[in-house]
Design a protein around this ligand. Structure first.
Ligand code: FAD
Length: 819
């Protein structure tokens, strides 16, 4: 054991000296938190970082957070050498993504418009231009290239050394040869770490242990569902004419990327079906390690990749390298505070982009730790979006086969992961399947997405950017909701019972709206943080003064639960996760009252059972919590049915529904209906960076309620500033043909003012409709400002005239809901 002297305490201990841990320590120290100790089991970079290919690419994501992290990373790497004296090997030789089929062309046109909006200089170039820039590329089948001249490559080891050196220069301590064996905790919070060289007391821990992060976290009861997998590149012998100045070339259609290496080419691979590595855990002594390559498995992919640069196929192979990298169930990283343990932060599971996002991940996490809140949208990468079962070996074995390959698949809008399915099923699953449901993965649940009519089997995923074959089924479900009555299973919603003498008081404290004033009433509310931005978007139903029912979207399950558990500590308020105890069956549409009334003796008339009423009603042999509320914009009811009686109640609804023209509707209809009504969806069109006023949710903020609420001071200050200059608007494309999905750039008077965060097709409004966060610069963003503008949306490079509105375009007066 080497002689290392450990400090007895530190404010933060960062575990792992890869690019991520080094970046976190660097940024913490730069933010003035110098009492930081980074502990590396072996030597800095010895895990995955040392063998990365070093692509530094800003192009390719439609996530604003990921794109900003990439840009920040590139800028940081460009200035690190001047700051630290340590070279990073950054070479901004350019990057080209080629599209060789029409669907990828559409995808990259969409992506490049969004990336340009985010400040990345992407140019669409001709095949001839691709050839000029990368003369070895075969371009006969290339439709276009997408070129970013400032992207390129770095040396991952040098970058990491520079970050570690920069951290030291700011006062952080970096110790090699010290492995963390355990994280110490008391009363649900971190108190220190145990290492091979003794203990260090600390306030915060950041688990940056790369592919070891899952097994290390498990020792503390924290789930970090990532899995290491084989990851390959081939290096050829020298090839005449190859020039270091050439850009990096990427062709996902051929599974490959290509760059100069030692006078030859590096050909990197993302195979469609990949191989998880060491399901039982990565050995503690795996350092600067390699995996023997599986030539047989990889040969078809390699051949395809080499077909893009045939001369590489003819050159000798210097090395076929395989090393492990961590992959997550949804290809997004695991970042943030673990819900299981206070002050236990994670930054791991980088899905092969740890170098090119490493600077940004470190910056975001350091900001988060030092201020208590992230300053970017983290809904897509927060470790609490994932669930412990996803760390099961069986789940990892199954899902990881698909996840790596997804990096290079065409990212069709309606695509759902195919592996590790069936993990969670609604009690109604078989019934809905028999009705022709097509299921998609909804946070691990099988969610009925749409229904094939007339007993036909569903057609399956539609891998298209255009109208899917089931477009007309979707329309029929949408129209049935607007005109008749539908039944929709939403059992995947997160449901909590909250009980106790302090339950009402503490839920009021969390909620920006008034939630405990009236018994038997549901209230839509946001939960804010002290900075006055959105932590959660949910409903609270007050059953009586000590019993509440809290319902949030599937993706916010653990976040909402953690917020409650932490807020209720030491109080007489108790949370039970009853998600699986109740099915949620929606009966919605103008004829929903008539249908439901035929099944219950409770008077459902508008006066006896008004909008927002919540009562236990009898349906057949069941007692059902019936809530008159809608997420679809019509008269409707949500039924919370004990799971064991769900099929019974469903059968009664289906049987009685025949007389009312009942139709089954799926989640596609939910998307189109809610979008027309402008209903928000946390994590899709609103997130943790938005204030309620920017999100258009000021109506749900009860600034004057007794006792106040978390974030009230900030909300008051926001309100005092007057009309916001940034706001979520509903945007409708006037041409009924094109579709919007996400990330389409919105223009006002020709100028880019924002992008669509989420979209659907509005069958009632007659075109693609979305919610876009719009920035009005210094001007007040009110309806007059909206009306003065000429609006357009850029869809795959074509500008379409659009209408924009603050108020929902569908039923702004809520007449239908309250009828
Ligand atoms: C073949 C290949 C090519 C790649 N190409 C690129 C690319 O071109 N661009 C890109 O952006 N990304 C690329 N990547 C991905 C990139 O390498 C990773 O995302 C990144 O290196 C992950 O960094 P990390 O810090 O999370 O993990 P690591 O580098 O593995 O660091 C984790 C560290 O934690 C240490 N550790 C573990 N347990 C403990 C413990 N208990 N106590 C103390 N220390 C501990 C380990 O020793 C290790 O050094 C590639 C990966 C592979 C495999």
């Amino acid at each position: 054991m080497s002689q290392v002297t450990l400090p007895s305490s530190a404010r933060v201990v960062v575990i792992g000296g890869g690019v991520i841990g080094s970046s976190v320590a660097y940024h913490l120290a730069h933010l003035g938190w110098r009492d930081v100790v980074l502990l590396e089991r072996d030597r800095v970079t010895s895990g995955t970082t040392w063998h990365a290919a070093g692509l530094m690419v800003t192009f390719g994501s439609t996530s604003e957070t990921s794109t900003e992290m990439r840009k920040y990373t590139r800028d940081l790497y460009a200035r690190l050498e001047a700051e630290t004296g340590q070279a990073t090997g950054l070479r901004q030789c350019g990057f080209i993504e080629v599209a060789s089929d029409p669907d990828r062309l559409v995808e990259y046109r969409r992506v490049s418009a969004f990336n340009r909006h985010c400040g990345i200089d992407v140019q669409e170039i001709s095949p001839a231009e691709v050839k000029r820039l990368f003369p070895l590329a075969r371009v006969d089948d290339v439709l276009a290239g997408f070129y970013v001249k400032d992207d390129g490559r770095v040396d991952p080891v040098d970058v990491t050394m520079a970050l570690a050196k920069g951290a030291r220069m700011q006062g952080a301590t970096v110790l090699e040869g010290v492995a963390v064996t355990d994280v110490l905790q008391k009363h649900g919070a971190v108190t220190g770490v145990r290492t091979t060289h003794g203990d260090i007391a600390c306030e915060f821990v950041v688990n940056c242990a790369g592919m070891w992060a899952r097994q290390l976290a498990a020792r503390s009861g924290v789930a970090v569902p990532l899995q290491s997998a084989e990851h390959y590149y081939l290096i050829t012998e020298a090839i005449a004419g190859v020039d270091r100045a050439w850009p990096v070339l990427e062709d996902p259609g051929c599974y490959g990327y290509y760059r100069e290496e030692g006078g030859g080419l590096m050909v990197g691979l993302f195979e469609a079906a990949c191989a998880p590595w060491k399901l039982d855990g990565v050995p503690d002594d795996f350092s600067f390690g390699e995996i023997p390559p599986d030539w047989d498995r990889m040969m078809p992919y390699l051949e395809k990749a080499l077909s893009r640069v045939p001369e590489a196929g003819e050159a000798g192979v210097k090395k076929f390298f395989c090393g492990p990298e961590s992959f997550t169930p949804d290809l997004r990283p695991c970042v943030g505070e673990a819900p299981e343990l206070k002050n236990y932060f994670v930054a791991a599971g980088l899905n092969s982009i740890g170098i090119l996002t490493g600077g940004g991940v470190g910056r975001v996490l350091a900001h988060w730790i030092t201020t208590g809140r992230p300053d970017v949208d983290v809904t897509g990468m927060h470790v609490d979006r994932l669930h412990p079962y996803q760390a099961n070996a069986a789940y990892r074995r199954t899902r990881t086969v698909e996840s790596l390959g997804m990096v290079y698949q065409c990212h069709y809008p309606f695509r759902s992961m195919k592996t590790a399915r069936g993990a969670k099923r609604s009690p109604l699953h078989e019934r809905l399947a028999a009705r022709g449901a097509y299921f998609k993965d909804v946070s691990g649940w099988e969610g009925a997405d749409w229904y094939a009519p007339d007993g036909r089997p569903p057609e399956g995923d539609a891998l298209t950017w255009g109208r899917p074959p089931w477009f007309e089924h979707w329309r029929a479900e949408h129209e049935a909701t607007r005109e008749g009555v539908i039944v929709m299973d939403m059992s995947f919603m997160s449901k909590f019972r909250v009980e106790g003498r302090d339950a009402g008081r503490l839920l009021e404290r969390l909620s920006a709206n008034r939630v405990s004033a009236e018994h038997g009433v549901i209230t839509y509310t946001q939960w804010l943080n002290e900075g006055g931005t959105l932590e959660a978007d949910l409903t609270v139903t007050c059953l009586d003064d000590q019993r509440f029912f809290v319902v949030a979207t599937d993706t916010a399950h653990r976040h909402v639960e953690t917020l409650m558990r932490r807020a209720f500590e030491g109080a007489h308020a108790f949370v039970s996760d009853v998600t699986s105890a109740y099915a949620q069956i929606n009966v919605q549409g103008p004829k929903s009252r008539a249908l439901l009334q035929s099944l219950t003796t409770t008077d459902l008339s508008n006066t006896a059972f008004p909008y927002r009423a919540a009562r236990e009603i009898e349906v057949g042999f069941a007692r059902v919590l019936c809530v008159r509320i809608t997420y679809l914009g019509e008269l409707g009811y949500e039924l919370y049915v004990p799971a064991e009686q769900a099929t019974h109640v469903y059968d009664l609804i289906a049987e009685a529904g025949a007389a009312h023209g009942l139709r089954h509707a799926g989640l596609k209809a939910l998307a189109s209906l809610r979008m027309e009504k402008g209903y928000r969806d946390y994590g899709h069109d609103i997130d943790n960076t938005d204030t309620p006023y920017e999100a258009g949710l000021g109506f749900a903020v009860a600034l004057d309620k007794p006792g106040g609420f978390v974030g009230r001071d900030a909300a008051l200050a926001q309100k005092a500033k007057g009309t916001p200059t940034r706001r979520l608007l509903q945007v409708l494309v006037k041409d009924p043909e094109p579709l919007m999905f996400h990330a389409e750039v919105v223009r006002r008077d020709g100028r880019e003012v924002g992008y669509v965060r989420a979209a659907s097709y509005g069958f009632t409004l007659g075109g693609a409709v979305g919610l876009a966060m719009i920035d009005a610069g210094n001007e007040a963003l009110d309806q007059a400002w909206v009306d003065r503008g000429v609006w357009e949306v850029d869809i795959a490079g074509v500008r379409y005239p659009a209408a924009a509105s603050i108020r929902p375009m569908y039923d702004p007066g809520m007449a239908r809901i309250k009828s």
